[in-house]
Design a protein around this ligand. Sequence first.
Ligand code: ZN
Length: 742
Amino acid sequence: MKNRVVKIILSSVLICSFICGCSGAAPEPEEIVVTDDIARETEAEEQDEIRQETEEDEDNEDNDAYTNEAFWFCDDDAIVNQKAQKVFEDISRINDGKEIIVTDDKGYITFLIGSVIEKQCITEQDFNEALEAVLPALSPRSDLQFKLVEWLMDDKGNRFVNFKEVFGEDINDINTVKLFFDPEGKMYGLSSTILPFSNTSGEEIDDKKAVDIVIDHMSKDDPGVTYTVVPDGVKRKFTHQTNPYSGVEYLKEVYVVTTNNPHQGEKTSEAPYLDHRVGLQGAYMDSTPAYVNSEVDNNRDYGILDKWFSRASITSYKTSVILGDGIQRDIEVPVVYDDGMYYLEDPKRKMLCAEYYDFKYKDTIRVISSKTNDDWEIDDVVAYYNYIKCYDFYDDDGWTGPDGVGGQTVLLMDYVDENKQPIDNLCYLGRLENAHLFVATSEGDGYSMSMDVAGHEYSHAVTSYAVSGIMYKNETGVINEGICDIMGELIELKDCEEKGIELQLGDIFAMGQSTGVAIRDLYMPTLGEQASEVGGLYFVPSVSIPDDINDHGGVHINSGIVSSICGEMYFDKQIPIAVLQDIWEVAFSLMTPASGYEELAKILPLACEMSGYPELIDDVNDMVLTKRLGSQDPFEAFPAGFVQVKFTLPPWIDWTRTRMVMRDLYNYTFVGWPQKGSNTIYMVVDEGSYQIQLTEFDIHENAIGSWIYTLDGWSSNKDAKASYVIVSADNQGVILEPMKLN
Ligand SMILES: [Zn+2]
């Protein structure tokens, strides 16, 4: 895609943070046979219960007194409703009733296929007019102000016009409306994320007080450990939250205080910084890992990159390598020569390879060099080559560099902690100045040789610019992960096509297969213990509080639902790689920061049309239906042959920080938690015998309560005997006994 103006944000996302089951010695098992009386309800009873739950949910949504949050909606409902009604009528008239509309649960449009304006839109003024015409149908807020921040044009001439909310002096990166037009200016449709704000009443603290609150909280919670606040590391930011009782998403302004991460290098904690969030009235909320910090990391002299990229003497290094899949690949990478030394550096693509340790712990960018151009580390060369292929894949379609405007790429090699111990991960660290930083190799991680894994990381950078403000949680996070897997695979398959490499059938669309061990399968996700449809085996629901304990709402566990659509398009419908690339690139350009499954169900057919393949729309609609992307309630149905297990949590357990694990006789593990806004856990598993454990966590992901299911029901006694619960599939579902306070 060719783009005009691109606004910049910082984002960092990880690839391999899979959830592990709870460990600990399994107590001697006893068998429980779940009998008809306790295991099954009649269908009528179950229906009744679903109805009751729905009514309760609706009650809660209207009762925000639960949380002391007052939502800003509007002053006069009647006027707002009239305006919205008029817009819906206009849309129906303009499109002869053929428009396709997805709404949020209040009825406001989140995705539309159809036009909102009769005239053709070419100029900035036209785009503003179109937005103004539809705004009352997008949100009840009467105070909304939007600004056109960028528009992109793809190689077919389609325009993607991106508006962000102006809030006071700031741009709110989350509230976004995108309008789409064909080359003649006829509107294809729109995508919208507009969340309400919440204001909590009470006196506001200042930024110094926010720092005190963080230090005080952390020293109590984590005594004996030193937290230092990054200089100037306090900011006011918009953040998204979920009401745990209603499931309603909203925005809130908070202080973000950045400190060092004293646990860096320990398991699952590789980020150098922590961003702590504190409410404006002084409540400590939580902390999230942060990978770059502009105040500290900008001490490095990035200006030096420009000097390097202007070095003129370019040669190359050629080698061939046999990867873990047994296939030999010939590779060639650009190398520059300067004053007696060779450097792994590409002035054309503005890409270079540097040592992670020097970058991180010595604040210097030391480009990987050689005196002879024949003694490079093979990991470095392969990773460098893989990122070059990523760059070229997008560049061929007009998207230059990770950000689309030719930003620099710095590949940091050999991910280690301060003691030079390998850190087992690869990731996109984000952007500093004009440089995009990727951790590209680690001795603790075999995936640095995989082009599809590199493609996944590179695509995170691309999607974070194409959909700036995108939420890394729940359905949006799942779609983001799924699309990055898809693009990663397409990059690798295109390279194989160019080289004439024929992969084994099972290796096509298998993430990381070139290492010999695939981590995810984009055609049969369940092979990698991933969900392949909403409400099916392994499926996990969205959460109120995204965290490592719940894979941020299943972003990796569920991503196969999205990525397998591409796998099926390739294998079942024989759609070529180049066509898939066109369709999925358009698909993520149609997203806004909170687009979910229902929106994706309409985004995909529109992406087929906009990329010039309308003949594929019917097939894609069928796949979307099979995946149940449009379903309102993921657990209202589940596939035949499996069992749905249901457990309702008691009120003395924090629903938002709880995880249930079911482990069968062969140690296959299933995880589940309550859907946001609900206290009921549903899990879909195979028939079999399971030990069941429930764990409650605190805000730092420490387990603070644990219960196992025994002959006598739930027990918190560590010495109690866990029992095997036999679940069998009669399409009735299994209900676990309620927990008693003991
Ligand atoms: Zn990822």
